[in-house]
Design a protein around this ligand. Structure first.
Ligand code: NAD
Length: 430
C-alpha cells in the first residue's frame, strides 16, 4: 500500500470517527434539552448521557484459508432501570465505539416511546460480511456470543438483527448461547427464523412501522398516500419492504438506491422486479447502466423521502435542497441536528428515527413475549398489535410537539427519555 493510500485510508477512518462522535454528541444535546423541558435536574442528565456499560471484545476467527483474523466487537447497554436492555447487532466495516453507544441510547428512547419494558442496548463488529464466507460468518457470530455471554441473556440484554445481520446469524447466536447455558434459550435473541421461535411479521416489522408513520404523517398534512411520489435511500430489510408496501398502497416509488447508487423513473419503478433481483445485502444497482448517486437521489422532486440506509445523509449542505414535504427516517440518525432545524423551518414534516423505525423493536418484543410464554401468535395478531403501538406512539409525539411548539424529534426524545428517567428515579438511582 502506498503512503498516499495509507493517508487516504486514515482520513476516511478519521472522518467516520468524527461523524460518529458528532452523532453521539448530538444525541446528548437533545437528551439534555428534553430533560430540561421535562424539569429534571443535571444529575439525571449525568446518568443518562452515557451508557451504563460498554464491553469491547476481540474475537479470533479461523478463516477458510487457515489463518486467524482477530475482529473487534462491542456491546453497549445504555440503561437497565426499565428492564433488560435490547438492541441489534451490526456487522459493518464502519462500526465504532461512539456509533454503538449512540445507537444504544436511541434504543432506550425507542423502547420508551413504544412503552416496551426494556432499556436500550446495541452491539457491533468491525467486519465486512460481504467479503466473508458463510462459515467464516458463522464462526464470527458464535465467537461474538462467547465473548459477550456474561452480560447478555433473556433477562439481561437481548440482541437482534441490524445492518448486514439476518435471521441466519441470529440462529447461530441463539444456538451458541443455548450451548453455553446448556438449555434452549429462544428468548436470548430476536429476529430468528420462524422454526426457531421467530415471530410472524418480524422480517417486515420495521418497514410496516415506517408505513404506519407515513400514513399518519400524510393524514396530518391533509394529503393522500395514493399517487404520492416516494423516494427511498437503501434497499435492504427496511427499504425494500417499505418500497413494496408503498407500491401496494398505490404510491409511486420513483427512486431507490443501494450503497453503489440509485435508479430513478418519474413514472414509478417496477418494485417487484427489483425485489426479485436484489441480493441478500440489499444491492441491485449494478444491474443498471443509468444510475444516479445517493446524493442526487436525496434531492429528487418527490412528496415523501425515506432515508433507509445509514446515518448523516441529510446535513447542513443538502437540507435546503430537499424537495419532499415529508421526511420519514427509517434509518438510524440519517439527519443531523442542523439539518433537522433547516427542514423544520422550511415546513417539512420530519418523522424522527426513534419513532419511525420502532416497528422492528416492537415486533422483537412480541417475539420475546411469545418465546417466554411458549405460545405463538398469527401474523394478523402481530400486525394488529403493531398498528396499535405505532399509531398511539405517533399521535402522542405529534400532539406533544404541537403543545410544546417543538419539532417531532425533540418531542420524541421527551417521551422516550421520560420513561427511563422515571424508572431511574423510582429505583433511587437519582
Ligand atoms: P440492510 O443491511 O438490510 O440494508 C442496508 C441498505 O443500505 C442496503 O441496500 C445497502 O446497499 C444500503 N447502503 C449501505 N451503505 C450505504 C451508503 N453508504 N449509501 C447508501 N446506501 C447504503 O440494513 P437494514 O436492516 O435495512 O437497516 C437500514 C437502516 O435502518 C439502518 O440505519 C438500521 O439501523 C435501520 N433500522 C433497521 C431495523 C431493522 O429491523 N432492520 C430496525 C430499526 C432501524
Amino acid at each position: 500500500m502506498s503512503v498516499k493510500t495509507v493517508i487516504n485510508e486514515m482520513s476516511k477512518e478519521q472522518q467516520k470517527e468524527k461523524e460518529s462522535l458528532n452523532l453521539y454528541y448530538s444525541t446528548q444535546t437533545v437528551i439534555q434539552e428534553a430533560l430540561n423541558k421535562l424539569g429534571y435536574n443535571n444529575e439525571m442528565y449525568e446518568l443518562l448521557k452515557e451508557p451504563i456499560r460498554l464491553l469491547t471484545v476481540r474475537i479470533p476467527v479461523r478463516m477458510d484459508d487457515g489463518t486467524v483474523k482477530v475482529f473487534t466487537g462491542y456491546r453497549s447497554q445504555h440503561n437497565d432501570a426499565v428492564g433488560p436492555t435490547k438492541g441489534g447487532v451490526r456487522f459493518h466495516p464502519d462500526v465504532d465505539e461512539a456509533e454503538v453507544k449512540a445507537l444504544s441510547i436511541w434504543m432506550s428512547l425507542k423502547c420508551g416511546i413504544t412503552n416496551l419494558p426494556y432499556g436500550g442496548g446495541k452491539g457491533g463488529i468491525i467486519c465486512d460480511p460481504r467479503n466473508m464466507s458463510f462459515r467464516e460468518l458463522e464462526r464470527l457470530s458464535r465467537g461474538y456470543v462467547r465473548a459477550i455471554s456474561q452480560i447478555v441473556g433473556p433477562t439481561k440484554d437481548i440482541p437482534a438483527p441490524d445492518v448486514y445481520t439476518n435471521s441466519q446469524i441470529m440462529a447461530w447466536m441463539m444456538d451458541e448461547y443455548s450451548r453455553l447455558r446448556e438449555f434452549d434459550s429462544p428468548g436470548f435473541i430476536t429476529g430468528k427464523p420462524l422454526v426457531l421461535g421467530g415471530s410472524h411479521g418480524r422480517e417486515t416489522a420495521t418497514a410496516r412501522g415506517v408505513t404506519i408513520c407515513i400514513n399518519e404523517a400524510v393524514k396530518k398534512i391533509g394529503k393522500e398516500l395514493h399517487g404520492a411520489r416516494v423516494v427511498i435511500q437503501g434497499f435492504g430489510n427496511a427499504g425494500s419492504y417499505l418500497a413494496k408496501f408503498m407500491h401496494d398502497a398505490g404510491a409511486k416509488v420513483v427512486a431507490v438506491s443501494d450503497v453503489y447508487g440509485g435508479i430513478y423513473d418519474p413514472n414509478g419503478l417496477d418494485i417487484n422486479y427489483l425485489l426479485d433481483r436484489r441480493d441478500s445485502f440489499g444491492t441491485f444497482s449494478k444491474l443498471f447502466n443509468n444510475t444516479i448517486s445517493n446524493k442526487e437521489l436525496l434531492e429528487l422532486d418527490c412528496d415523501i423521502l425515506v432515508p433507509a440506509a445509514i446515518s448523516n445523509q441529510i446535513t447542513e449542505e443538502n437540507a435546503a435542497n430537499i424537495k419532499a414535504s415529508i421526511v420519514v427516517e427509517a434509518a438510524n440518525g440519517p439527519t443531523t441536528l442542523e439539518a433537522t432545524k433547516i427542514l423544520t423551518e422550511r415546513g417539512i414534516l420530519l418523522v424522527p428515527d426513534i419513532l419511525a423505525s420502532a416497528g422492528g423493536v416492537t415486533v422483537s418484543y412480541f417475539e420475546w413475549v411469545q418465546n417466554n410464554q411458549g405460545y405463538y401468535w398469527t401474523e394478523e395478531e402481530v400486525m394488529e398489535k403493531l398498528e396499535k403501538v405505532m399509531v398511539s406512539s405517533f399521535d402522542n409525539i405529534y400532539q406533544l410537539a404541537e403543545t410544546h411548539q417543538v419539532d417531532m424529534r425533540l418531542a420524541a426524545y421527551m417521551v422516550g427519555i421520560k420513561k427511563v428517567a422515571e424508572a431511574s428515579r423510582f429505583r433511587g438511582w437519582v
